[in-house]
Design a protein around this ligand. Structure first.
Ligand code: FMN
Length: 175
């Protein structure tokens, strides 16, 4: 079968080079709204989404993540960073799953409107550090929440990387 959503699912790729130009507010809203439509356990809408475009904050998040990773510029110079927070996974067993679906929706929506995105890891560690907590407070995020994941978001500056074929027997049908 084929349709526009299935095509988007097949064609979305992680983008790791971005134009410095900022995306429009309309594009950002479309991506963020797509995140809010992700299903959540018990319909609790546990995740919190924070889009950061202020250059000094983008730089701080990039630096903090890079410190944990041990490499520079883990957000690849993307002009927008979208952070997803949720209840501490030790307190709510579904927060990672909920946040991951939010991130997945946003990546697909970004692709659907011609933006590039890439999931960037290490938010749980980042936002558990004193520096991370300070940043959360500045962003107006409840410091008791945990970092779930983040997106680098912007206009793609490179062609999407070639697609790895799907592994054999990725799925099976048992009837
Ligand atoms: C949970 C998760 C964590 C990821 N973390 C990173 C990351 O920190 N940095 C990065 O460049 N890509 C990261 N990625 C992107 C993957 O490397 C990418 O999705 C994978 O290579 C498949 O490529 P595709 O998204 O183009 O299909 C992450 C993806 C997922 C789902």
């Amino acid at each position: 079968m084929d349709n526009i959503v299935l095509q988007a699912l097949r064609n979305r790729r992680s983008i790791r080079r971005f134009k410095p130009e900022q995306i429009s507010d309309e594009e950002l809203q479309a991506v963020l709204e797509a995140g809010t439509w992700a299903p959540t356990a018990k319909g609790l809408q546990d995740p919190w989404i924070v889009a950061v475009q202020r250059p000094d904050l983008v730089e701080r998040i990039d630096r903090l993540n890079g410190k944990i990773w041990g490499h520079e510029h883990p957000f690849y110079g993307a002009p927008t960073i979208v952070l997803v927070f949720g209840t501490d996974p030790d307190e709510w067993q579904n927060s990672l799953q909920d946040g991951s679906l939010v991130l997945g929706n946003m990546m697909l929506a970004a692709h659907a409107i011609g933006l590039g995105s890439c999931w960037i890891n290490r938010e749980r560690e980042m936002f558990a550090t004193p520096e991370g907590k300070e940043l959360m407070a500045e962003l107006g995020v409840d410091v008791k929440l945990a970092g779930i994941g983040a997106l680098a978001l912007g206009y793609p500056a490179s062609f999407p990387p070639s697609v790895k074929p799907r592994k054999e027997n990725y799925f099976k049908v048992v009837k």
